[in-house]
Design a protein around this ligand. Structure first.
Ligand code: GLU
Length: 370
């Protein structure tokens, strides 16, 4: 049987600097040594590497920081090439080539660009070139940014149909409480299902180093797990962590079990690509029809709308302030406000046009509250 051996490894800035303000060359070399072993064992490795901004600051000899966006973009622009040259240098010791991929949310949001990115990723892998991915910080403005490499790594894992996503960070995993405040805080070894309590824990336990923190790691884990990808969060400060987690399959850190009924690819894209443009609040009947009976969302079951969205945008569905699903809406927020709580048969009369009786068709709907 075909065994999926594609693994995405995400390196946070703090891992690449080992907590200092300089890229740690010995550690990057050591990560490369471990990755080479995985490649020898027929794994396909995709790297999501942070550290561009840190590398930029290092290269420019730690200039005084400015809040100007263009200034950060400049640091990323200088640092990205430094970062890549480090990776390239160490992989070349093992005669391995790397390929740079810089993405933004805009590349993931648009289905065509998303598929183009997928083609490049596949091509690199087929040709035994190791993709090294980062956000295109030098040109991406806030509106088109993923914003953190945790969520980016989940999108990449979905894009690559990966078997596993390993997020290496400066903590040993997800703790029940903030480990810096309570040294006795318990590490959660395994998470069966991510829900609001997992998010609550992650907010309390984060030490807020790096861009993301634990909260964005849970967001990333949720997207990956719903797409059938196993996720492990582990410390990038532990020796042989890559070999132990991937090759020796040791249960180190926190492991998130993948859904046994992974959603189809297009639905994975709904979760990992576009940013949600607005919220739709449902009544009890619609909530139950969607969650229990796999039905589409009809106008009748909508009680309110938040935000402005257009037909074709991704929106988030809520029941009593609890997120239950995401989906692609067939009607804009202006239209939904006019047709909510009305029967589907009335849509044509109210709007003078009709895009179908469902506001969100079940094929365009992903349940997040599983
Ligand atoms: N893209 C940023 C960098 O390379 C890092 C973002 C993150 O760590 O989440 O500096």
């Amino acid at each position: 049987m075909f065994e999926n051996k594609t693994v995405v490894i995400k390196f946070g800035t703090s891992v690449l600097t080992q907590g200092s303000n300089l890229l740690s060359k010995p550690h990057i070399l050591d990560f490369v040594r471990q990755i080479k072993k995985l490649i020898d064992n027929k794994f396909n490795i995709i790297i999501v590497s942070s550290g561009a901004i840190a590398a930029g600051r290092e290269h420019l000899n730690f200039p005084t920081l400015s809040n100007k966006i263009a200034y950060k973009q400049m640091l990323a622009s200088v640092g990205q090439s430094q970062l890549m040259s480090e990776w390239a240098k160490y992989f070349s010791i093992y005669d391995l080539n790397i390929g740079q991929m810089l993405l933004t949310r805009a590349d993931l949001e648009d289905r065509k660009r998303y598929l183009n990115a997928k083609d490049l990723l596949d091509e690199l892998i087929v040709n035994d070139i190791i993709p090294i991915i980062n956000e295109n910080d030098a040109v991406a403005t806030t509106e088109i940014k993923v914003g953190d490499n945790d969520n980016l790594s989940a999108s990449v894992a979905v894009l690559a149909n990966a078997k596993k996503l390993l997020m290496l960070t400066d903590q040993s995993g997800l703790f029940e409480e903030n480990p810096t405040k309570n040294p006795d805080a318990k590490l959660i070894r395994s998470v069966h299902k991510i829900d609001h309590t997992t998010y609550a824990i992650s907010q309390g336990s984060s030490t807020k180093l790096g861009t993301g923190g634990m909260f964005t790691k849970i967001q990333a884990a949720e997207v990956a797990c719903l797409s059938g990808i196993e996720v492990q969060i582990a410390s990038g400060f532990e020796e042989n962590i890559i070999l132990d987690t991937i090759l020796r399959k040791k249960s180190i850190g926190t492991t998130f079990e993948p859904s046994t009924l992974p959603i189809e690819k297009r639905k994975s894209w709904i979760l990992s690509g576009p940013i949600s443009s607005g919220d739709i609040f449902l009544d009890e009947g619609a909530n139950s029809a969607i969650l229990n009976n796999g039905k589409s969302l009809l106008s009748k079951g909508i009680i309110s709308v938040k935000g402005t969205f257009e037909r074709g945008d991704v929106v988030t569905l809520f029941y009593k302030n609890q997120q239950i699903a995401k989906g692609i809406t067939r009607y804009s927020s202006v239209d939904v406000k006019k047709i909510m709580q009305k029967h589907s048969s009335e849509i044509k009369n109210i709007l003078t046009y009709n895009y179908g009786s469902e506001v969100i068709h079940r094929d365009d709907l992903v349940i997040t509250n599983k």
